[in-house]
Design a protein around this ligand. Sequence first.
Ligand SMILES: [Zn+2]
Length: 125
Amino acid sequence: MYSETLVIISDYSLILKEEFVFFVESSVTTHMCPICQATLRYRDSRPRIRKKEGDLKDQLIIRRFYCKNCHSYHNELPDCLVPYKHYETEVISGVLYGNADHGCLEKLQAAFWVGQVPYAWKYSL
Ligand SMILES: [Zn+2]
């Protein structure tokens, strides 16, 4: 029986790897299985593509964990990628009006200030 769930994290850094590709660097090395509470093992990393306006898209490299106890997979997802449309809309409006206090947004804005983020990314927000 195969299943795959999401582990949402809010304590992480976004590390620019190459243009439009970011590593999600979590503050923890592993997680507890949300199904059976066993300790998860790191399995692999893979890109999660985020589409933007027009043809623009970027990728966040997220980690995938495996539970040996219940044989389930768990993707570690940063809170800025939580798959709810209204959530994403809130983030976008926050950038436009510069008043967001959302953690993920702060990470992106911090990257802007040090010139890490490609111009196109900034513009597409
Ligand atoms: Zn488990």
